[in-house]
Ligand binder design. Sequence first.
Ligand code: BTN
Length: 272
Amino acid sequence: MKNTVCELSDIRENDLSDIVAGGTIGKEIIFLPEVDSTNIYASKLARDGMPEGVVVIADCQKRGKGRLNRVWQSPPGKNLYTSIILRPSIPSHLAPQLTLTAGVAVAELLSQYCPGTVMLKWPNDVQINMRKICGILTEMRIKRGKIDFVIVGMGININMKKEEFQEEFRESSTSLNQETGNRISRTDIANKLYRTFEKWYEIYLDKGFRPIREAWLGYSGILNKNIAVHYKKDVYKGRVIGIDEYGALLLFDEKNETKRILAGDVSLIGEQ
Ligand code: BTN
């Protein structure tokens, strides 16, 4: 067990220094006061041979990456930005299941703070009271047809105040501080996140995707709801009937056909 500590003073001030290395996830923790993106940094480490379970955590990101080339707002001293290196022996087309596994872990963790209000929105959003509190970005490298590594990046809004969100996200985003009225320790969240993720990752590796899918649907706010999925210029509409074993969203559309949706932004339509 080894902690690699950079610029400790910065990190200390911002209460990230007590994160405990150990277990299989977080067996080594790379702390960074500032980075372009923890996903980019973790990818470089993984290319250099870092093993599964090493995590990168940063106080702030200068180029935090969101899905679909969006920016993830990542100011210092507020939130959690972390990326986990995984090297699962699964076919590459099943990698989206890891995003859903991470979503279940985050939902379970945040439910400790806000019981009964946490929802998963396909494919990678965690919401509280219909506002986004966490985004997950999973990226992978394939080598000779096999997964070389997967990076699961998670951004959790912890102590961000409403007025600190960029205007365009202010109404649609939230933080644990906003939802509970308390200042929450990032260290506690990070320690719990690695343990909770480890638990669900082990379930996934031991028992496959089925228990993840069940847990995911349990937290899902969209099952049996009518939704629209926007992807680039296309819009797909229908009633959500589940997710398949590849993590694709299953929609029952107006032609009474089942459609598999692999990417896009989901919104509820009509009165539900
Ligand atoms: C999304 O909802 O669009 C995904 C956001 C993912 C943000 C996290 S923050 C830690 C990790 N590093 C990044 O650059 N992105 C992810």
